[in-house]
Design a protein around this ligand. Structure first.
Ligand code: KG4
Ligand code: ZN
Length: 368
């Protein structure tokens, strides 16, 4: 087939552009994605395992087996969707932790096999760094930015100084926000994962002010110094509230409780984030582009996003959040974090270990 000059230029240019294949298997999503240096998302496959629904939470052994069952097919499909072969891939990025170790091992062994057979560089990506950098795949957000990372296992406020460089301002002293959403959903029989179900139910609340009076819930840590969070008191309060209701909870009561719960989470996140904004601005007195980024599964909650967006206006900061489908676990974020590292020459030896725990602030440290 003959190519036009423009077509030939495109082929030549793309030959220099890096392409990374990313793999994510740290919880209950088996995911594979392909991104380019130019931020094109050529494939983004996420298989959310349904096997856990009957247990109301993720069962690690079932998750690992399901990852093993699906991963090879997903890699093949991602390449087909992107119209690429392994020859077009410049590096493999894979979640090496933190997460459920059986699942992480499935992804890492798959990635290592691909890298060994096709002689490709490999990048061990911290799942949290994946969440932290996702926003740079879809938006132009320069460092340093303030990050509220809210997922099923983590709740932290950090300054993202650079790739691999994070300063923690605060974190949860007990549960994560997503865990609290999941528990609330479980108590109300709304299924798993709980976050989207609670958000949907909260929208059904017919009289918001009355719901807050009928089912008042606490806002732990609000007004306290610093940027730490606590959610266990809120979780327990939801349990006591539900325990007082008849065994079969009326739908309007469930909607009112979800509204009140979501309101409390919003107040907690807002208060803690406001403290963090002040610390961020004190540490970076004249940032050129001050920004608050929210990431992780809970960042998919539209009510919480709006609340934070409203808050940052007071500080003349930009509010940035990834598109909803890139908030919950996916492999685009892993491929992109891999790309950020590849472009800085931060690849890993193929014998890297996996990490059940891997705090962001320890990235780059030799012992975790
Ligand atoms: O980031 P993620 O997909 O996985 C972890 O790394 O943990 O986050 C999953 C968490 C779950 O707890 C889920 O209930 C919560 O994010 N989540 C939400 C929403 N969508 C997912 N929480 C509140 N509102 C949502 N719309
Ligand atoms: Zn996650």
């Amino acid at each position: 087939m003959a190519h036009s000059y423009a077509g030939l230029f495109f082929l030549w240019y793309n030959g220099f552009m890096k392409t990374v294949l990313g793999i994510e298997t740290s919880c209950d999503e088996t995911a594979v994605a392909i991104v380019t240096e130019k931020k094109d998302l050529l494939a983004n496959l996420v298989l959310s395992q349904q096997e856990h629904e009957q247990f109301g939470g993720v069962v690690p052994e079932i998750a690992a087996r399901a990852h093993l069952h699906h991963i090879d097919t997903l890699v093949k499909q991602a390449l087909e969707e992107a119209h690429l072969t392994f020859k077009d891939i410049d590096a493999i990025a894979v979640t090496a932790g933190p997460g459920l170790i059986g699942g992480v091992l499935v992804g890492v062994m798959t990635a290592k096999a691909i890298a060994a057979v096709h002689d490709l560089p490999i990048i061990a990506v911290n799942h949290l760094e994946g969440h932290a950098l996702t926003v740079r795949l879809t938006e132009d957000v320069p460092f340093p930015y303030l990050l509220l990372l809210v997922s099923g296992g983590h709740c932290q406020l950090l300054i993202v100084e650079n790739v691999g460089k994070y300063s923690v301002l605060g974190g949860t002293i007990d549960d994560a926000a997503g865990e609290c959403f999941d528990k609330t959903a479980k108590l109300l029989g709304l299924g798993y994962p709980g976050g989207p179900a609670v958000e949907k139910m909260a929208h059904e609340c017919a009289n918001a002010p009355a719901a807050l009076l009928k089912f008042p819930l606490p806002t732990p840590m609000v007004g306290k110094m610093g940027c730490d969070f606590s959610f266990s008191g809120l979780k327990t309060a939801v349990k006591h509230t539900v325990d007082k209701l008849p065994t079969v909870v009326e739908r309007h009561d469930a909607a009112d409780i979800c509204h009140s719960f979501q309101h409390s989470v919003g107040v907690i996140l807002g208060d803690r984030t406001e403290h963090a904004i002040k610390e961020y601005l004190a540490l970076n007195p004249a940032p050129q582009h001050p920004a608050l980024v929210v990431a992780g599964g809970v960042a998919a909650n539209k009510t919480l996003r709006h609340g934070l967006e409203h808050l940052v206006k007071k500080y003349n900061m930009r509010f940035v959040a990834p598109p909803l489908k890139l908030c919950t676990d996916n492999a685009a974020m892993i491929a992109w974090a891999g790309m950020e590292r590849l472009l800085r020459g931060m690849t890993d030896p193929i014998d890297f270990p996996v990490y059940p725990r891997w705090p962001l602030e320890l990235l780059g440290a030799s012992h975790v």
